[in-house]
Design a protein around this ligand. Structure first.
Ligand code: NAI
Length: 395
């Protein structure tokens, strides 16, 4: 079939297999061009491995340091005549490329919050990989079924305490409007912590430790975001921010356990705001990202997921690099985003943006290009008029 993008609000309901594979190859090429990461990880588990920051982590580990990788993700497979979600095609593509390079690449498609997937992962690690030396925790999910209670928790993206009014953009239609979001109640806030907080990360690390499948000196990292004052009520000081505080708590607890286990370490890396399926769902944030891209591209400091994670691995985690912590014990690769030379112009532009001047004052065009790329559209060298088989399986 000929597959075209079908954008519905902040999702695209189609994905292009050849385009996704080309996108993966671009990221592999970037990592390879940067050269090998000395003393990099060799046996890596990535939880949330099929898109965004987790995918970039898997590609960097495999192609920057020759690591065996096990990727956990939750994607809708393709069917006869129906495309998969992009993470399915991404995972097939990285698996093929890794195996062609002689690297082990295992995959588990299912609910990472469940005991079943954890048990299956442990079995695969024991059978195929041996003890893990890096665990990347990069889930972004709207819900979680608690494995003990069976209760389904749903996360919300809301402010806490008071309603929040700000500008937002409909990235598909290019309309800037004002949005007011009512504050979450305590149950919604607690539910969001249950989904996006650190409990599940701790459960994964405990399962690995109990099964003796953590290498001495193992590292674990999870990703967070802070961002500028414009988005604090909906992000840092909102329900998701509260969940990230819990993720940091979990990071400190896991760090203590790993330190006691052969001098390992766990930490949070605060990453840059980027177009991903997760971030496009947050009100206000896509408008901020559109302005951010404009300014960072003009300054020559713009990065995507792969550049961020390659920099994290090559300058801080490995390559004889040293982790540099902020006052709260977090690693910051959002450092370039947060520079005054980037944030000051954003603060100037923010109040001026309207539907009419959106294209001139922001990089909404770049936002849309990046968004479509997530689904495999707009990649160079791909013939989007050609017939393509949507039904793809792992070899
Ligand atoms: P994403 O939506 O691109 O990726 C999420 C991944 O989680 C996918 O691989 C998906 O299959 C997997 N997943 C979701 N639910 C699952 C489940 N129940 N079981 C197994 N896998 C599941 O998200 P993105 O943006 O890469 O986010 C990853 C982390 O990075 C999150 O913690 C997010 O808060 C953080 N982050 C994101 C930033 C951004 O601007 N996108 C900025 C800084 C941090």
């Amino acid at each position: 079939m000929i597959i075209k993008p079908k954008v519905r609000g902040f999702v695209c309901v189609t994905a292009h297999p050849t385009g996704c594979a080309t996108h993966i190859q671009q990221q592999i090429d970037y990592v390879k061009a940067k050269g090998p990461i000395k003393h990099g990880p060799k046996n890596v588990l990535v939880i949330g491995a099929s898109t965004g920051y987790g995918l970039a982590s898997r590609i960097t580990a495999a192609f920057g340091s020759g690591a065996a990788t096990l990727g956990i993700f939750y994607e809708r497979p393709s069917e006869e005549g129906r495309p998969a979600t992009p993470g399915w095609y991404n995972s097939i593509a990285i698996t093929r490329a890794a195996r062609a390079a002689g690297l082990y690449a295992g995959n588990l498609n299912g609910d990472a919050f469940s005991n079943e997937i954890k048990q299956q992962a442990l079995a695969m690690i024991a059978r195929d990989m041996g003890p893990i030396d890096l665990v990347v925790y990069s889930l972004a999910s709207p819900r979680r079924t608690d494995p003990k209670t069976g209760v389904v928790h749903k996360s919300v993206l809301k402010p806490l305490g008071a309603p929040y009014t700000n500008k937002t953009v409909d990235t598909d239609k290019g309309i800037v409007s004002e949005i007011t979001i009512e504050p979450a109640n305590e149950l919604e806030a607690a539910d969001t912590v249950a989904v996006m907080g650190g409990e599940d990360w701790e459960l994964w690390m405990k399962a690995l430790a109990d099964a003796k499948l953590l290498a001495p000196g193992a590292t674990s990292v999870a990703y967070s975001y802070i961002g500028p004052i414009h988005t604090w009520p909906i992000y840092k000081d909102g329900t998701i921010g509260r969940a990230k505080v819990d993720l940091e708590r979990a990071g400190r607890a896991i760090d203590r356990q790993l330190k006691a286990h052969g001098g390992g370490r766990a930490f949070i890396s605060v990453n840059k705001a980027l177009v991903t399926q997760a971030s496009s769902a947050i009100p206000v944030v896509p408008l901020y990202i559109s302005i951010l891209y404009k300014i960072m591209k003009a300054k020559g400091t713009h990065e995507g997921c792969i550049e961020q994670i390659q920099r994290l691995f090559a300058t801080q985690l490995y390559n004889d690099g040293k982790l540099q912590f902020d006052s709260e014990g977090r690693v910051r690769v959002d450092d370039w985003e947060m520079r005054p030379e980037i944030q000051d112009p954003i603060s100037e532009i923010w109040p001026q943006v309207t539907t009419e001047n959106l294209a001139a004052l922001t990089d909404i065009a770049g936002y849309r290009t990046e968004f479509l790329k997530l689904f495999g559209f707009g990649l160079p060298g791909v013939d989007y008029e050609a017939e393509v088989e949507p039904h793809q399986a792992f070899d």
